[in-house]
Ligand binder design. Sequence first.
Ligand code: ASP
Ligand code: MG
Length: 420
Amino acid sequence: MRVFKFGGASVQDVDHVKHVGKILEQYKGEKNLIIISAIGKTTNALETVAEAFFAGRKEDALRLFGDIRKQHLTLAKYLLVLEFNPCIAQLADFFTEVEWLLHDKPVREFSYYYDQIVSVGELMSTCIISYYLKEYKINNEWLDVRDVLRTDNHFQEGVVDWDFTQKAVQSQLLPLFEKTDIVITQGFIGSTDQCENTTLGREGSDFSAAIFASILEADNLTIWKDVEGIMNADPRRFPEAVYIPQLSYQEVIEMAYYGAQVIHPKTIKPLQNKNIPLHVKCFLDTGLPGTLINQHPAKDLPPILIDKQHQALIHLRTLDFSFIEEKPMSRLYKIFRELKIKPNLIQTGAISLQVAVDDQTDKIERFAIKASEWFDVQLQKDLNLFTIRHYNEGVISKYLLGKEQVLYQQNESNLQVLYK
Ligand code: ASP
Ligand code: MG
């Protein structure tokens, strides 16, 4: 058994969806669970629908959703002939689900509505692709992942109920493989025990794929991407980026932690638990070897460069001049947890401390209000955080010389500089 994951970019238009069919043809005769994201930038578009609805701008929400609906109908029209009508009928059910909700008034929290609305992206994409593959004579079954992937009701970041999900995989998913070699389902979404939609956090489809790979004890998981494999830097910003043929689970977790947008950070643990290799392969050129991620430590890694923009530095000093020890730290972490703020870099002094965070203005403002009970709070904006893993003298001078440094931190394997 294999698990494949296709992200939004890999199914962004007619040609890309057709290409998914071509890839699957190469794996004919093998059992394959296919996890798919929403088409292109649909999730972003659905987020604006949820925001408009929650802000009470019902007409805007309906109009924005109307655009998304049209876009999906157009895609179905270009891809389907024989299967067009059944596909449209199923899509209509998804559209109705959302439109009904949009006619209501919001009475619950935003996250709840976000998940009810945004999750339709994956339902629509998988529906169209499943019918396309049928039309293309690739027999497959479509599975509503909400019947299988159970989470708690932490909307926007559902916590997986592994026991339930495991049992549901046995009872609902595995029987489908007796009928067909290919099962298509949604990444990113799940459901509570009250049949409410949940999502696993942005870019969560990688995580979904890992959950299924782990439960199914798959031979491997392949994530198809629009790059050659994992690179040591973002090639759009660093044209000299090189591709890395093999990485360890641990290295990938570290890279994700420091902000490399390679793979959703939660993806690795379930794979590592069962020692399932992860391949990151090039969607457009399937002949390329891609990157293999497994338990073996990688040898001769190039320096890994991660440049995170839009950083803010929060300067904190205890109001009563008490040392930065357990008490102030635990107060700070409590606020971080409440506001879901992830510190990217922390530097402590005797009575002061500095924290670099992603610059999300409203979160930082709320943070400042809460923290000012115990701390003097100052804010510095428009910064970038440059991290180099496996640094050496050459890269340090190449990338850091001439940068106006605000904060510097270094340990055995990482060097981090916050600069203007
Ligand atoms: N469609 C979701 C997103 O864009 C999930 C994913 O792509 O993994 O965040
Ligand atoms: Mg995506």
